[in-house]
Design a protein around this ligand. Sequence first.
Ligand code: BG6
Length: 490
Amino acid sequence: NEQAEAVFVIFGSTGDLAKRKLFPSIFNLYRKGNLTNKFAIIGLGRREWDNEKLRSVVKESIKEEHGEAVAEGSSEFLDHFSYLSFDVTDKDSYANLLDEMVLKEDEFSIPGNRIFYMAMAPEFFGSIAQSIYSSGLKETSGWTRLVIEKPFGTDLSTAKQLNEEIRKAFSEDEIYRIDHYLGKEMVQNIQVIRFANAMFAPLWNNRHIANIQVTSSEKLGVEGRGSYYEKSGALRDMVQNHMLQMVSLLAMDVPLRLTTDEIRSEKIKVLRALRPVVGETIKENVVRAQYSAGSVEQTDVPGYLQEDNVDPSSHTETYVAARLLIDNHDWAGVPFYIRTGKRMAVKSTKIVVEFKELPHNLYAKEAIKTGPNLLIIHIQPDEGITIVLNGKKIGSADTTPVHLEYRHDSEDRVNTPEAYERLLFDCMMGDATNFAHWDEVSLSWSLVDAISNAWTESDNQPVSYKAGSMGPKEADKLLEADGFSWWPVE
Ligand code: BG6
């Protein structure tokens, strides 16, 4: 087992992310032996909590995931947690934090490695990073790293500003920008499927692929995040990060080696080659939509405009579908269709790669026509691969689609780390491959800004789709215009 030894400082430890994702992930790393006893977690927050309170919250989150008995047996683990009431604008707070870190490093024999994790309101990210620096928290015999949650800015200019602020305190290779999709098992598998298989690697280009469809649909609505979501919408919330990350992984060229730099540089090239959607082209390439009242799994749900903290005349989109084109040698002419939305019929993230039909298909003229070959990568909720081939119907001359299915079964899943667990571990081990480099962030913001500006300039209003559906009909037309249609993801 590779093992990490570090002090882990969580800004925003009283928040939802810490409770739902970070504490259980750290516990899992500990249980699996990826953390020795040489670690400490210092939780920070505005609230007047104490060590006991933080430990009880951590224990609660362990109980939720692993049950009472495991939680009861976790006291040794909980001893590594301490809490400091913290004012991010106050110098004394940072001085206290330094004392606490030194104390913990001594208590648990930690060799001076420090991780600062920002899991709180993004407006403070920049100033906190600078205070960490100016208060001497980076002066240590070990390494220091900054983990930073989304949103990384709200457009290119705010992202740039934030980046400049944190770069005054941390170098690029000390910064770990989280995109939790990069921690998902099957997102990480995209590269293996592509680069380790003789049956895909040679076909992975515009000579053999007709189009690629990436769907990430959710059943949930805005869930009490109305005020954040109003300013963000699906474009900033999902497309700028998760969707474009998946597109980069699907379209990147074979890296020279499996190193962080080589992989990132190939992904960056894809983003550079993505054709910006500007001006009038927005209408035929991007669909912007908002859910109206409907029913999700037999439960009536309100429309977006009736949600809490949402302006009743809001134009914020809860759904985006787009045709993306990559202007390079391998991908010219192959549309990448993406779609993502809230309050849809299913929770599903899937990639469908549709191969071109054979130039001379002997079976194409028959009454029962053969279909294209498909490679389906199931990212969530189920994980696996489906390959769709054409075969012969038993006892008949007709052809029929043959589905070769592989799923990770539930037994495999028991010990499979969650996205956050994997990413935290990577950060501790100094592996930034599955984190977003600044160039990726800035390029994807440019693309998103172009779309957003084109919407504003053309006074584009979202169309409507019914909650519980798979999105508006306009999204179907996007593909129909090219002679394709969405493959089902349910
Ligand atoms: C987050 C978005 O980044 O991703 C949320 O802010 C969204 O709005 C979530 O619900 C989806 O993540 P997942 O892992 O459930 O697909």
